[in-house]
Design a binder for this molecule. Sequence first.
Ligand SMILES: Nc1nc2c(ncn2[C@@H]2O[C@H](COP(=O)(O)OP(=O)(O)OP(=O)(O)O)[C@@H](O)[C@H]2O)c(=O)[nH]1
Ligand SMILES: [Mg+2]
Length: 371
Amino acid sequence: MYNNNILIGIYNNNKDQAIEYLNELENLLLIFKGKVYKKLLQKRFKKNNLTFVGKGYLEKILIYVKKYSIDTVIFDDELTLSQIKNIEKKIKCYISDRTKLILDIFSYRAKTSYAKMQVKLANYEYLLPRLKHMWDHLERQKGGIGLRGPGEKEIETDRRLIRNKIKKLKDKLKKVNNQILIQRKKRINNVIISLVGYTNVGKTTIINKLTKKKLLTENKYFTTLDAKVNKIYINNKKILLVDTIGFLRKIPTKLIESFKSSIIEIENSNIILHIIDISSKFIKEKFIYITNFLLNELKLYNKKIFVVFNKIDKIKNFNYFFIENKIKIKILNNKYIIYNNKKIEFIIISSKNKNDIKELKNFIYNRVYNI
Ligand SMILES: Nc1nc2c(ncn2[C@@H]2O[C@H](COP(=O)(O)OP(=O)(O)OP(=O)(O)O)[C@@H](O)[C@H]2O)c(=O)[nH]1
Ligand SMILES: [Mg+2]
């Protein structure tokens, strides 16, 4: 699966946005070295409850799948159980969606036993409500050779088994989490700064440059999965920098533990640096998504949040109007952006530029000590 894919999305009036979402899925598939044979977008007012896209459109997908040996069709939104069922009836290949793809990526990438446990748990939680359907699917595959699928009783036994597994995993994770909490308590007297942002904006690169470490950075999504704490000294004062997982729109952050562990670190920090890739497309939507996530979902109104515009080396002839136009926000005194009546101080850097990194260090030091 994920070798030869078709990506499916729908849009109402914002086609560019829908294309960008499919591009994101394509970027995610780089992790599996998966090819995208075709990206298909259907214009429709809302999702079809039964088949996500329209029935006729499904026929169109089917033709591609047959003709070009497609092994996976990925839908850009989370499919309901009945949608998966109906689509699978028609299209005989692996049917995935944004959530499932991300779960599969995490399963593939999880290296530490902690990460593996988290992924297992997320997979079981995803599986539980879909169990009956999984059985039906198996039965259909075996079809005609006289095997009968399980009855409600057997399915209930399976459900119980999975619920037990979920409980055991949660207990184990709780123990590990308690240890993490103890470590976190030890850090209570330190200044903690979290670098937060969309995936691939350069969070880890900035931390590497600030700390002279060599954490893995790549031009791929989800390079960093677990939050990591790094020490730096600025003017002999110790500051802890937390590298967090990159966020992505339209994913259930609650389902995946890796997000939760990053969220705990973010909530636990004194200052948040919201890193933005100034050269990326749809910078406005990404800025709004992360800002709303921090303020509305995590309710971190009382935290000091600063914005770091990164990758300025990629922009020719930069001036402040560029930011004002692209994000549609006002800039005040070349120092603050104004968003929802909130003044957010910003700094513009390229993590490839030594002087910019020095400037960022000073910026951090001065904001920590209110200079
Ligand atoms: N041109 C340019 N590229 C940069 C800059 N900073 C980072 N990059 C590149 O951007 C890509 C992503 O960098 P990472 O540091 O892995 O990004 P991240 O935000 O940690 O990404 P995830 O961990 O996947 O969320 C890498 O290829 C970096 O080399 C910059 O200032 N300028
Ligand atoms: Mg990273």
